[in-house]
Design a protein around this ligand. Structure first.
Ligand SMILES: Cc1cc2nc3c(=O)[nH]c(=O)nc-3n(C[C@H](O)[C@H](O)[C@H](O)COP(=O)(O)O)c2cc1C
Length: 231
């Protein structure tokens, strides 16, 4: 496996500093229309690289990212994605895929490397692997893949936005059609699409979020979070 990346753009394309994560989370909107302005290769590679830095259970990294830039291929992808115009407009659409059985082949390598890097003991790798195999055998693999691949997709989205690009995540597609069109193996899961580029028009309005008291609890489910700012 590779070490942490060190070569990636340290500013936005226009030389401005990267947007802080808190600003990204407040400012980001799901972009409905994109210009044809390209995402330069060094930024795209950084976005993919940071996606791959996301955490996964046992560090198994079951994701694959298909980068679709060719205009004809984006049109083909659009036809599998409810005709959504952003798929054909955005200069880059990433098809995020989870692979089902790869983890059982990779588990030993991953755990061994973790131990070699100081995060465990070499002589415990075999028992850790047995534990992982046993634990994962009880989890539905489509759920497991969605859980992990979405963290990587979200990391890519946030990094793209920090670099000043606009993004749109999509669940509106037919997985079987995407698989057929992009030669994705049957046993893999197509988890999400992520369009990256530049918004054609100012962002759509902020549509609001449920208040914290309705979605955050303390100590047990249903016991409302009491805001530190409450009177
Ligand atoms: C996983 C996921 C899938 C989504 N799928 C679609 C989609 O297929 N088409 C679409 O127009 N918007 C899609 N959206 C965008 C949401 O509708 C949007 O994020 C939500 O309405 C909140 O708006 P905001 O992101 O601009 O704050 C998706 C968002 C997420 C997180």
């Amino acid at each position: 496996m590779q070490d942490r990346p060190t070569h990636y753009p340290k500013t936005q394309q226009n030389g401005q500093p990267l947007k802080p994560i808190t600003q990204v989370l407040l400012d980001r909107r799901a972009t409905p229309h994109f210009t044809a302005d390209p995402v330069p290769d060094d930024f795209l590679e950084a976005i993919l690289t940071f996606g791959g830095q996301a955490p996964t259970g046992y560090n198994l990294q079951p994701w694959r990212f298909i980068v679709v830039r060719d205009a004809q291929n984006r049109k083909r992808l659009q036809s599998t994605a409810l005709g959504q115009s952003k798929v054909a407009e955005a200069p880059v659409v990433i098809i995020a895929v989870g692979v089902r059985e790869d983890w059982s082949r990779k588990a030993e390598e991953v755990l061994r490397e973790g131990a070699a890097r100081g995060a465990g003991k070499i002589d415990e790798v075999e028992s850790q692997k047995q534990e992982a195999v046993e634990f994962l055998s009880h989890i539905r693999k489509d759920v497991w893949l969605n859980r992990h691949v979405m963290i990587a997709v979200t990391a890519m989205m946030l990094v793209a936005e920090a670099y000043g690009f606009d993004t749109a995540q999509m669940e509106g597609f037919y997985p079987s059609k995407v698989k057929e069109a992009f030669e994705i193996p049957n046993e893999a899961e197509v988890v999400a699409l992520l369009a990256i580029g530049r918004a054609k028009a100012p962002d759509k309005p902020y549509t609001g979020r449920f208040p914290l008291k309705d979605v955050a609890f303390q100590e047990k489910f249903g016991n409302p979070w009491k805001s530190a700012n409450a009177a």
